[in-house]
Design a protein around this ligand. Structure first.
Ligand code: SAH
Length: 242
């Protein structure tokens, strides 16, 4: 079955954007996934196409109207796929979320603009807020592209080599080891001898060591979680998620 993404936005021209190229673009052409956009402005009720209004209680900026966004959402069955509002107030999107999304039938993404949307939308519909990081974007569209990119590349048949997803950063709780390709010598820098040895066991061990050292040095948070998981696995508790 085709994985179905629907994006509600004021700027449908931003899609498929980067998702029309490379892995995601080829998968889109091959109908491994499908992308629909719904233009929120199509649901405006006046001749000016008004979709926003000033906030109750005062303050700067404009708020997307619940009545307009609601009509756009009413065209969809929100029970069939997970539905997210891209928002800096949401839980921060991780590789685990991407994996969960790739295992669903698809996703519905609502993009805000200006100051955001009327809060009643989030009360009325089964929508979860989802952030891509601790910074503020001008709209949810770039965040939606990030979420879709991370999920789509995990769909079966999108990445050429099925094992590549398992060894990547975050998938096993570690940052990835460094990569090299020809030439073996470049500007006085050589590729580590062990990678050219043909000894697969030694290569695997070197990569594991590199991944662990890198994670320990750069991401103490990931390193602690990794150590914790390893201890639990030895105790037979299995893999715990954080
Ligand atoms: N006033 C809001 C920010 C609005 S930014 C606040 O302070 O929380 C405008 C829109 O950009 C939001 O409605 C949201 O859809 C999107 N957006 C901004 N930052 C984001 C982030 N880190 N992750 C996901 N979406 C984001």
């Amino acid at each position: 079955m085709t994985w179905q993404a629907t994006v509600l936005t004021l700027y449908p021209d931003l899609f498929p954007g980067s998702l029309g190229c490379s892995l995601a673009g080829r998968a889109l052409k091959n109908k491994i996934w499908q992308l629909d956009t719904i233009n929120i402005r199509d649901f405006a009720e006046d001749k000016h196409g008004t979709v926003d209004d000033t906030p109750y209680g005062g303050g700067a900026g404009m708020v997307l109207k619940a009545d307009i966004v609601g009509k756009a959402l009413d065209t969809l069955d929100l029970q069939k796929r997970p539905c997210y509002y891209l928002s800096p107030r949401g839980a921060v999107f991780t590789q685990e979320h991407a994996q969960t999304l790739a295992e669903a039938d698809g996703v519905v993404l609502l993009c805000g603009h200006f100051e955001g949307i009327d809060a009643r939308i989030l009360e009325h519909y089964p929508i979860t807020e989802l952030s891509i990081g601790d910074y503020v974007l001008s709209g949810g569209e770039t965040a939606a592209l990030v979420v879709l990119d991370a999920a789509v590349r995990l769909l079966p048949g999108v990445m050429g080599d099925d094992t590549s997803a398992h060894e990547e950063s975050f998938s096993n709780g570690l940052l990835e080891y460094p990569h090299y390709t020809r030439p073996a010598e470049w500007r006085g820098l050589s590729v580590p001898e062990i990678l050219r040895s043909g000894n697969h066991g030694a290569v695997a061990q070197w990569r594991q060591q590199q991944a662990e050292a890198l994670t320990q040095a750069r991401r103490p948070d990931l390193w602690d979680a990794y150590q914790h998981d390893k201890i639990n696995m030895r105790k037979g508790k299995g893999h715990e998620h954080h």
